[in-house]
Ligand binder design. Structure first.
Ligand code: SF4
Length: 222
């Protein structure tokens, strides 16, 4: 049984989300230190060694708005367990691989995964607002799949030349971690490809930083 220590009981800071901060500021201010996360929730530091080991492999990232939904003093809170690194992440397990969906073998252009007929996935952003411990893309080579605008042209040409592709999924990372301007540019270019019929956006931003869904984004989506 893990409990918070008495001294931490005194230092628990009520979690208040400053709604005057825009989403970019909230994104930049996400918690990135396991010690901070434990302290903010009043949790015992006996969780720290394991959290630090997991954090060294895949950094912790927790926005304040998401933290505000957690129960303090509960190491089993399901929202916390999605983001709290644990030492088991360092285990080598037979049959476990770093690319479980074999995406590396289906990346014909930078920022593009083409694995299924008629559908492609585009890396709309290499970063996320939250780093989920269960992420199957935690080892994905984002550095090699973050195209410049010139490199996007090569990726878009791939789409233009394959009329069987009818669906594009903006994913990542989290595409809504990109600016509206950058998103608009990419989507306008996709809209020029007449055989594309559907655009899907895979994101956790509306849940973990609800202020991401602001007037500017809604206007653009409309
Ligand atoms: S890609 Fe999705 S599952 Fe993976 S860390 Fe980002 S938000 Fe979480």
């Amino acid at each position: 049984m893990i409990t918070r220590s008495p001294d931490l009981l005194q230092s628990v800071i009520p979690t208040v989300v400053d709604e005057t901060r825009d989403w970019q500021t909230q994104l930049a201010g996400a918690i990135r230190d396991p010690r901070d996360l434990l302290a903010r929730l009043g949790l015992d530091e006996r969780w720290l060694p394991g959290a630090s080991q997991g954090h060294a492999l895949f950094e912790i990232r927790v926005p304040e708005a998401y933290l505000a939904r957690m129960r303090p003093n509960d190491p089993h809170d399901p929202l916390l367990r999605q983001v709290l690194p644990v030492s088991a992440e360092t285990d080598s397990v037979t049959g476990f691989v770093s690319d479980p969906l074999e995406e590396a073998a289906h990346t014909p252009r930078r920022g593009l995964i083409h694995k299924y007929h008629g559908r492609v996935l585009l890396i709309g952003s290499p970063t996320c607002a939250i780093n989920c411990r269960y992420c199957f893309r935690r080892h994905f080579p984002y550095a090699e799949n973050s195209p410049s605008r010139a490199q996007w042209e090569e990726t878009l040409a791939y789409l233009r030349h394959d009329p069987s592709i009818q669906e594009a999924i903006l994913s990542g990372g989290d595409p809504l971690a990109s600016s509206d301007k950058r998103l608009a540019w990419l989507v306008e270019r996709l809209a020029e490809i007449m055989h594309l019929r559907r655009l899907r956006i895979h994101t956790r931003l509306p849940v973990v930083i609800p202020d991401r869904v602001d007037d500017a984004l809604l206007a653009w989506l409309k």
